[in-house]
Write a protein that binds this ligand. Structure first.
Ligand SMILES: Nc1ncnc2c1ncn2[C@@H]1O[C@H](COP(=O)(O)OP(=O)(O)OP(=O)(O)O)[C@@H](O)[C@H]1O
Ligand SMILES: Nc1ccn([C@H]2C[C@H](O)[C@@H](COP(=O)(O)O)O2)c(=O)n1
Length: 233
């Protein structure tokens, strides 16, 4: 699929919040980042915030099954993250944790934080503030952006891909270092846990589904830009 959409067609000055949800490995982060670049918009990776709270809890020795302690950790966490699609960094209490939050040990524990409702409420509140602070020109991605964080976004997309495509992509992304079982744990098992508190497998009313299983990266970016264009014109 190709696109003749020219990002210059999206006028600056008007609010343009693009909300993108989807399961693990569907391409949300990488596609959203590239779409944000092309739209000259900010980029918000909400999963990085769940990961940062998880790392904080693990380093503080907090029991991730203790929902009161996890909620308190989310409320107290001093998280800063880049909203530029051209710069990737996440800091907790001023310390750079950009790489640490991507470690498999965090990936396999993060669902405990993501399923703690009090922690979600705190992070949703912060995400909504970050979207307002962006001047409402932002691509925000996660699991509940189209439904909870930004249900009134100008553009709402569910980015999906088959399990097979998602496992293959994540395997390549991790340099072939993971066993098939480890990949399933990090992608499918995590999705199953996260799905207990938020539905990111089915598009809510008004949300456009893009299935990228048979699209390459560039074709997927084009498909998202097409939806942005048709939703705003
Ligand atoms: N359409 C595509 N075709 C091929 N590879 C893709 C496509 N979309 C994304 N990818 C690649 O798949 C990998 C996983 O993408 P990404 O990390 O963006 O997924 P994600 O949905 O954000 O996952 P998670 O929620 O687990 O963080 C990346 O290496 C990315 O470059
Ligand atoms: N809006 C969000 C964003 C993320 N999560 C959860 C789901 C994942 O297990 C975890 C990390 O996300 P990722 O970096 O893999 O996209 O955070 C969520 O529940 N809601």
């Amino acid at each position: 699929m190709s696109s003749n959409v020219n990002p210059a067609q999206f006028r600056l000055g008007k609010p343009l919040v693009v909300a993108i949800d989807g399961p693990s490995g569907s391409g949300k982060s990488s596609i959203s980042r590239e779409v944000a670049r092309r739209l000259h918009a900010a980029y918000l990776d909400t999963g990085a915030m769940y990961r940062a709270v998880t790392l904080s809890c693990m380093e503080a020795g907090i029991d991730l099954t203790d929902s009161v302690a996890v909620e308190a950790a989310a409320e107290n966490a001093d998280i800063a993250l880049s909203l530029s699609p051209d710069e990737e960094w996440v800091r907790v209490s001023g310390r750079d944790v950009t790489d640490a939050i991507r470690e498999p040990v965090v990936s396999s524990s993060v669902s405990a934080v993501a399923t703690t409702l009090g922690a979600r409420a705190e992070l949703v509140r912060r995400q909504q503030q970050l979207i307002r602070d962006s001047g409402l020109r932002i691509v925000a991605e996660g699991r509940d952006i189209t439904t909870v964080v930004a249900p009134h976004a100008e553009v709402r997309i569910l980015l999906t891909a088959s399990e097979e495509a998602r496992l293959r992509r994540r395997g390549i992304q991790l340099g072939g270092t993971q066993t098939a079982a480890a990949l399933k744990e990090q992608v499918l098992v995590r999705d199953a846990k996260d799905s207990t508190v938020v539905d990111f497998q089915q598009a809510a009313d008004g949300v456009v589904t893009i299935d990228s299983s048979d699209l390459d990266f560039e074709e997927t970016v084009s498909a998202v830009l097409e939806v942005v264009f048709t939703s705003t014109h």
